[in-house]
Design a protein around this ligand. Structure first.
Ligand code: C2E
Ligand code: MG
Ligand code: MG
Ligand code: MG
Length: 274
């Protein structure tokens, strides 16, 4: 009867919740091991400037899971965020990226490349953020002007004054900030003016349909104009085809990232290809 079904419905719901909770707990435990056993790897995706070719790369983390194979960040970053493990993981990414920059600086071919590193909300709001970045730079001997930090609009909703202060401390060293997934959050234009940003990164959702959706074309044009008037460079992410590339060029975009130019790849593949 209905009562019976109701009860089993509840039981099913509880079992499902139980399964979710234990999957997350298992993932969090796995993440602890991952750092200790060096299961994280970094992939590099080229960033292109129209007049100069490859100018740098975005660093994208992967987890070489002992049972599940290579996992994309979508599979584990959210859990790392909520468990707080993203702080240790994020610092590891920063340190590795800075060592890579220092290594590239010693080679003629790659000396001018920069690296763009994704920064999570937890990192940006952590009291030790500025110190962590400084330490990654000084331990490695990386040139600070080769380091770009990607933050997102949603990270700017709380504690904006403290975030601006941290950004200023780091921009004084030469570190640059890029606003990732631009257009998908809700940053007001007045915030945008106050933030010491160097770059806006047009979210790939606008690039995807730019050839067919006139709204996306208008939005991208507006973002490019905004970048110009705020003196920020603008990069389009998620460029997958030659036709999208041509369209973006025609709209005035000069910087690109996406599968059309290169997929995220392990270091040796990235270096061999560019
Ligand atoms: P994101 O920073 O916006 O990175 C761009 C994502 O788009 C990457 O996914 C990249 O592989 C993918 N992508 C690049 N070009 C194309 C394209 O042409 N078409 C399509 N469809 N996708 C493209 P990925 O590597 O799975 O990373 C997802 C997100 O995970 C990143 O989004 C970033 O928010 C986060 N993430 C990655 N690495 C780190 C990290 O080291 N720390 C933190 N906190 N987050 C990270
Ligand atoms: Mg990014
Ligand atoms: Mg992005
Ligand atoms: Mg995006």
């Amino acid at each position: 009867d209905a009562k019976e079904r109701g009860r089993s419905g509840v039981r099913f719901f509880n079992q499902q919740m139980q399964a979710d909770v234990s999957a997350r707990a298992q993932l969090a435990a796995g993440l602890r091991q991952a750092l200790l056993q060096q299961q994280f790897v970094l992939h590099f995706q080229p960033q292109i400037e129209h007049s100069a070719g490859v100018v740098g790369a975005e660093v994208l983390i992967r987890w070489q899971h002992p049972q599940r194979g290579l996992l994309a960040p979508g599979e584990f970053i959210a859990v790392a965020e909520s468990s707080g493990q993203i702080l240790a993981i994020g610092n590891w990414v920063l340190q590795q990226s800075c060592y890579q920059l220092a290594e590239w600086a010693r080679q003629l071919h790659s000396a001018h490349w920069y690296l763009a590193v994704n920064i999570s909300a937890r990192q940006l709001h952590s009291a030790s953020f500025v110190q962590d970045v400084r330490k990654a730079i000084s331990d490695s001997g990386a040139t600070p002007t080769r380091l770009v930090l990607e933050i997102t609009e949603s990270q700017l909703l709380q504690d904006i004054d403290s975030v601006i202060d941290k950004m200023l401390q780091l921009t004084r060293l030469g570190v640059r900030f890029s606003l990732d997934d631009f257009g998908t959050g809700y940053s007001s234009l007045s915030y945008l003016k106050r933030l010491p940003l160097a770059q806006l990164k047009i979210d790939r959702s606008f690039v995807r349909d730019v050839l067919t959706d006139p709204n996306d074309e208008v939005i991208i044009k507006t973002m490019l104009a905004l970048g110009q008037s705020l003196e920020l460079s603008v990069i389009a992410e998620g460029v997958e085809t030659q036709a999208q590339h041509q369209k973006l060029l025609q709209l005035g975009c000069q910087q690109f990232q996406g599968y059309h130019f290169g997929k995220p790849a392990p270091l040796t593949d990235f270096e061999a290809a560019h």
